[in-house]
Design a protein around this ligand. Structure first.
Ligand code: BYC
Length: 321
């Protein structure tokens, strides 16, 4: 790089830093440091993959939902997740990566998606627990991301949060119904809480001290709050909700500290977290196998959609001419 180019790069970087400090949104055609671009591609695409893989554990219960209303509601929720994935892939595409490339990275196991979706949904109560805890955790994280510095990501988050809040309520309502049902139903709800509590806390990522990206990500306002801060916000919100349900959080060390006005909680099993992240969770292999199967079997649908779009485009040209 010539001296002149270096000077220009420095001044662009200064301008960029100033804009971030003033909470201005960075838009697709604006200049941005290459690393800012890459960090956004990484986070947004991982987020998109989480939405898409996240359809699987719940999809498992669509055919077995206990009533027509529950079935329709769950179907709508799972479709919403697909929509979230699509907005997010579109947001990432504005940074110069194609959807095919991102999807390929997910299918071959190179790209990450949230650890939480590598746990199985064993009973109907798990659908309640996912809505209440997993969507609840997602909202805590994503409300903060509505203020993220990259414009298309921030705007996608606004819409996604509105839908997630409906998802959280449907889950909590399932838990409420079961927790106030027969003793067997209440035991199922408690069992689901026991299994989903700790993985939900892990969704926020490693402790701040061990997080690779938090410092740079927060400096650029890609992330607005740190992993530990968001995790604490989630615990403070979920514990009183469990009390209303009459269910017990599976943590003997959980206690309210009136001085800090926060709930203190026991140690997270980070060994389990990293095992899941590295591909050795209960369902990792199954999830990727299912996504690869769907991709292969859906090839004719993609081809048909492209052929139809081409036909329509030709028709429009003929009409215009
Ligand atoms: N699972 O430096 P760190 C949803 C990775 S909700 C797997 O702290 P960062 C949904 C991390 O990628 C879920 N991997 O990372 C809800 C990094 O590895 P790489 C999706 C994880 O990015 C209901 C390494 O560990 N939400 O979609 O600063 C139904 C070091 O971590 C996890 C989002 O994606 C994990 N839990 O912070 C359906 C929200 N945690 O990339 C769907 C957007 C960390 O260096 N994302 N890792 O190889 C974020 O806010 C942040 O990316 C995270 C992690 C808080 C998740």
């Amino acid at each position: 790089m010539s001296e002149q180019e270096q000077m220009r790069e420095r001044s662009l970087e200064e301008e960029f830093t100033k804009r971030i400090a003033q909470d201005e949104k960075i838009e697709p055609k604006d200049w941005m440091p290459q690393r800012y671009r890459q960090m956004n591609i990484r986070q947004i695409s991982q987020h998109a993959h989480s939405e898409i893989v996240g359809m699987l554990p719940e999809g498992n219960w669509i055919t077995r939902a206990p009533s027509l209303l529950r079935k329709v509601t769950l179907l709508a929720k799972v479709q919403d997740e697909a929509g979230h994935g699509l907005y997010l892939y579109s947001a990432a595409e504005t940074l110069g990566i194609s959807r095919d490339e991102m999807y390929e990275q997910m299918l071959c196991g190179k790209a990450k998606y949230s650890s939480i979706f590598n746990y199985p949904t064993l009973t109907w109560a798990d659908i309640g627990a996912i809505g209440w805890l997993v969507d609840g955790a997602a909202i805590v994280n994503q409300v903060s991301l509505t203020h993220t510095s990259y414009g298309p990501y921030a705007r996608a988050m606004v819409r996604i949060c509105k839908e997630e809040s409906f998802h959280q309520r449907q889950g909590y309502q399932i838990m409420y119904k079961m927790a106030n049902g027969t003793p067997e139903q209440k035991a199922m709800a408690q069992d689901a809480l026991n299994r989903w509590w700790w993985p939900s806390l892990m969704m926020f990522g490693p402790r701040d001290a061990e997080s690779t990206h938090t410092d740079q990500s927060m400096a650029w306002k890609i992330k607005i709050k740190s992993n530990d801060t968001l995790r604490q916000m989630f615990v403070d919100q979920a514990v009183p909700q469990a009390d209303i349900l009459g269910l017990r959080i599976p943590d003997p060390h959980l206690r309210y500290n009136p001085e800090t006005a926060h709930y203190e909680f026991g140690a997270i099993d980070w060994e389990e977290f990293w095992q899941v992240v590295k591909g050795h969770g209960i369902c990792n292999k199954q999830r990727l196998a299912d996504k690869n199967k769907a991709w292969k079997e859906g090839e004719w649908v993609r081809k048909a959609a492209v052929a139809y779009a081409e036909k329509q485009a030709k028709k429009r040209v003929r009409k215009a001419g």
